[in-house]
Design a protein around this ligand. Structure first.
Ligand code: NDP
Ligand code: 8X3
Length: 246
């Protein structure tokens, strides 16, 4: 009997980095299982890559249970579901936005990881890739809730690496800088003009740039653990230092 086809689970795969990663991983030979809340968008992505679309809300434990119960085998988990809401300073920011960011980026990653770890271990060569952010390395004014959440993602990723030491599980954090996706549309609560301004006059990363990195990490040989990657556009040297044409 030959080796079974490895299975990759990608959360937040209905758009942006998650959708592009599902495609790149399918091209690299993985069977892909895609999770997100917008099932119509998710199904479109799944159809285009020959994957399986399953509804998932990472902020809801019962949704995570139903999703992970439906995953029979798991060799790779890409914890990508996340984002930011709001860009107010701490003095003006609202609890509900902080809670959204913590629940989605941090609790979501923890919940899905906890649920799939037994299957990742069973695979004999499991891998977890967490999508962090430059915002998890560097704080910036108006980033309070998001910076805190992505710093927490960085912390839990390192904890997981320590806890899995000696076991057949690899753990990686990929921290992109500016990537042109629906991220800013969500952050600015649907204000397209504000979202577009984030990418104006500069040459940001594309979701495919990040997906290529995800696929590269996922296809290293089993003894190689890529611990952390900071991936920035040439036009960005730190979270808020971005070159723009006049
Ligand atoms: P998008 O807004 O395009 O994608 C976010 C994805 O997360 C969507 O598929 C969305 O699906 C999913 N998602 C959001 N909330 C939930 C939830 N509760 N349960 C399940 N899925 C959810 O943005 P990006 O592709 O840019 O974001 C992907 C990741 O990359 C995020 O973790 C983000 O923080 C990170 N990142 C983004 C950067 C950027 O500049 N774009 C830079 C650095 C990191 P749905 O709404 O259908 O549930
Ligand atoms: C998204 C990039 O710089 O807007 O993680 O926080 S940033």
């Amino acid at each position: 009997m030959g080796k079974p086809t490895p299975v990759a689970v990608v959360t937040g795969a209905s758009s942006g980095i998650g959708a592009a990663s599902a495609k790149a991983l399918a091209e690299a030979g993985f069977d892909v299982v895609l999770g997100a809340r917008r099932l119509d968008r998710l199904q479109e992505v799944a159809d285009s890559v020959g994957g399986l679309a399953l509804e998932l809300d990472v902020t809801d434990q019962s949704s995570v249970d139903a999703f992970t119960d439906a995953v029979e085998r798991c060799d790779l988990l890409v914890n990508n579901a996340g984002g930011a809401v709001g860009s107010e300073a701490i003095l003006e920011a609202k609890d509900e936005d902080w809670q959204w960011m913590y629940e989605t980026n941090v609790m979501g990653t923890l919940r899905v990881t906890r649920a799939l770890l037994p299957k990742l271990l069973e695979s004999g060569d499991g891998q977890v890739i967490n999508i962090g952010s430059v915002a998890g390395r560097e704080p910036y004014a108006t980033g309070g809730g998001y910076n805190a959440a992505k710093h927490a993602v960085a912390a839990l990723t390192r904890v997981l690496r320590l806890e899995m030491f000696g076991q057949p599980i690899r753990v990686c954090e990929i921290d992109p800088g500016l990537v042109q996706t629906e991220f800013s549309l969500v952050r600015f609560r649907g204000d397209q003009e504000k979202a577009d301004a984030v990418y104006q006059g500069t040459n940001p990363l594309t979701p495919e740039d990040v997906a290529e990195t995800v696929s590269w990490v996922a296809t290293r040989p089993p003894h190689v653990n890529v611990d952390q990657i900071l991936l920035l556009a040439r036009d960005q040297t730190s979270a808020r230092v971005i070159h723009r044409s006049e």
